[in-house]
Design a protein around this ligand. Structure first.
Ligand code: SF4
Ligand code: SF4
Length: 315
């Protein structure tokens, strides 16, 4: 039985629970059709081939257009952000990984916390819920903006005011009616630091990323060869790229995550480029067990290493 079904009371209780579970932000948006302009920008991105080999991005237009296709009767999107900014950085001489890949696979960590939140919601209100954690075709940055937890920067990342962009996003669709937030305005101003800093000029004027050039997409999602033009710009990067976030002034005061699972694994502390290249499949599986790095697979990691300057492998 509902303890108190007034939407504002439910909203407060759900947000408090979300924060107690470790989420930095929890906002609500009303489910409605995604505006034509947003759909059009996605279609243009696809038709220009900027999604590269991520063919899954082409599908499910109807679902992307309205999340009720994912949960019948959905009335609200609960948008959640979980901080992954690591307190401890890997030594600068070690293979360079994107911060988000330092620790445990975020899908598992997020899903567990979201399941706990759903259990709580369903203990105080009668409703259906569906969890989306990179597991459903939903425009999550659009919904996060609608839910008032952030805005999309020129680097295409969701930026939480005062907190920065080192956050994983997740959504809970629910049949509950929750009071919708006021969407936030973009606060990039005249800044173009991310565009200037991107080593491969992958940031487009319409705040999208050209995945054919982006080092993050190429070292993680691409299963084939990396183009010579992009390979020449990898620098020390082995998996992912944080450059357009590192230069963002909104990340100047990023606070470290409290999620222990996102701290760098011990094995990474002493893993040199040479040792990484000599890993067997079994050793790779052991070191990166339940890690986001497994997405690139053993072959992907070895391929990325094969493009790097030979001097990095001298110990
Ligand atoms: S992740 Fe790196 S390569 Fe991709 S857009 Fe950002 S700076 Fe450019
Ligand atoms: S670096 Fe500047 S332009 Fe790029 S996302 Fe951050 S504030 Fe916006």
């Amino acid at each position: 039985m509902d303890i108190n079904s007034a939407p504002s009371n439910l909203a407060t209780a759900i947000r408090q629970k979300a924060l107690s579970l470790g989420f930095t932000a929890c906002g609500y948006a009303s489910v409605a059709d995604v505006p034509d302009a947003v759909m059009q920008r996605w279609q243009e991105w696809i038709s220009q081939g900027k999604h590269d080999t991520m063919s899954y991005m082409e599908r499910y237009a109807a679902v992307r257009h309205n999340p009720q296709e994912l949960l019948s009767g959905a009335q609200s999107v609960i948008s959640l952000a979980l901080n992954y900014y690591p307190e401890q950085k890997l030594p600068p001489q070690n293979p360079r990984l994107a911060y988000y890949a330092y620790g445990a696979d975020y899908h598992e960590v997020m899903k567990e916390k979201m399941q706990q939140l759903v259990a709580y919601i369903q203990s105080i209100a009668t409703c259906d819920c569906r969890i989306c954690c990179d597991t459903a075709p939903i425009f999550e940055r659009y919904w996060a903006t609608q839910a008032g937890i952030g805005f999309v920067g020129r680097n295409s990342c969701l930026i939480l005011p005062g907190q920065g962009s080192y956050f994983f996003l997740g959504e809970i669709l629910t049949t509950l009616h929750l009071p919708a937030a006021q969407p936030l305005e973009n606060a990039c101003g005249d800044c173009r630091r991310c565009i200037d800093a991107c080593p491969v000029k992958a940031i487009c004027d319409d705040r999208t990323i050209d995945a054919r050039r982006c080092i993050s997409c190429q070292t993680i999602e691409n299963r084939g060869d990396i183009s010579p033009e992009v390979a020449a710009k990898l620098g020390r990067r082995v998996y992912g790229c944080d450059t357009c976030q590192e230069v963002c002034p909104h990340n100047l005061h990023a606070k470290p995550t409290k999620v222990v699972a996102f701290q760098p694994r011990e094995a990474l502390q002493t893993l040199t480029y040479k040792k990484m290249r000599e890993l067997t499949r079994e050793e790779f599986s052991a070191i990166f067990r339940q890690s986001a790095v497994k997405r690139a697979k053993y072959e992907g990691l070895m391929r990325n290493l094969s493009y790097l300057d030979a001097r990095l492998f001298e110990e």
